[in-house]
Design a binder for this molecule. Sequence first.
Ligand SMILES: [Zn+2]
Length: 328
Amino acid sequence: MPSTAPESDHPYAVPGVREPSSQRVRAESRLQGQLPCARCRYELQGLSIAGNCPECGLPIGATILAVVDPFAKELQTIPRPRLTNLGLQVWAWSALATALVVWTMRLSELAREVLGTTYWPGWAPHTAVLLTALSGLGATALVRPHANIPVRFRAAATAGCLGFIPLAILHWSLFVRIDASTLSFDYFSQAPDQSRLTIRLLCGLLCVIITICLRLNARVLVSRSLVLRTGRVDRQTLYALAAAFGVGVVGDALRLASGSFGSKWMEIIGNAGIMIQVLAALLVTMGLAGVAIDSWRMRRAILSRPLALSELVGSDAGKEHDHDPRRA
Ligand SMILES: [Zn+2]
């Protein structure tokens, strides 16, 4: 739906957001709100914005640039910031924890094969399934974190959350039904279980879809973080994660296909598939860690309102609210 207002250059991804209002401030303006110096944390309240920090000499303008969000007025209020932040953290960290639990299973299987150890983490299969479901529960925070999110963004996030239901069932089938009963290291298997590979492949496809579906609203939340959106930390983490899951799907498909080739080709393709599977496992784990770290970095941008310049120096229009500014 086209909007008559010019689109903001804010990478907010929500259509129809207008340009930030120009914030002209007189050079003699004094800081009305509390503002600790960006370098030494000295309280700068009451000082001229054109001056320097009396403690360390850092220009006060530099501190203002570091904390003021020029889009503060355009950003939507998050009605339940604590719940939204909790959901975001549970989504990201449960997903990373799932990967680490699977690593525990695989490494103990490897140790059984190579070192002859007998340890098997009996708690791991059910824990991985529970963490998968928990991650999906947390993801519901991304469906509608605030008002004025386009319908297709919300629909995509809803689809992403629903995707966790078949994913948890497939994980149960893979970890509890198959892995906990065979206890064998699949990567050494000359004749891999075709149904297990098929489940793996479906899990990978689901994870690609879930990641792409949740990315839209995750980006909406990322855009609230001054640090993340100005490109200092943003690394398109969710695209990289979706690609990593996709690499795993290719590995699974190669191993599945290797069953229908002649023996020479079967070995080459099967081994390539195994290498790609292991590479994907590493990339997915790194990707999930990146998402978890970014989610943690975003917590302040979600828990507190963005800080507008007018809240720090007052407004000539005299229409501003008289609330306490908070640091971004
Ligand atoms: Zn200072």
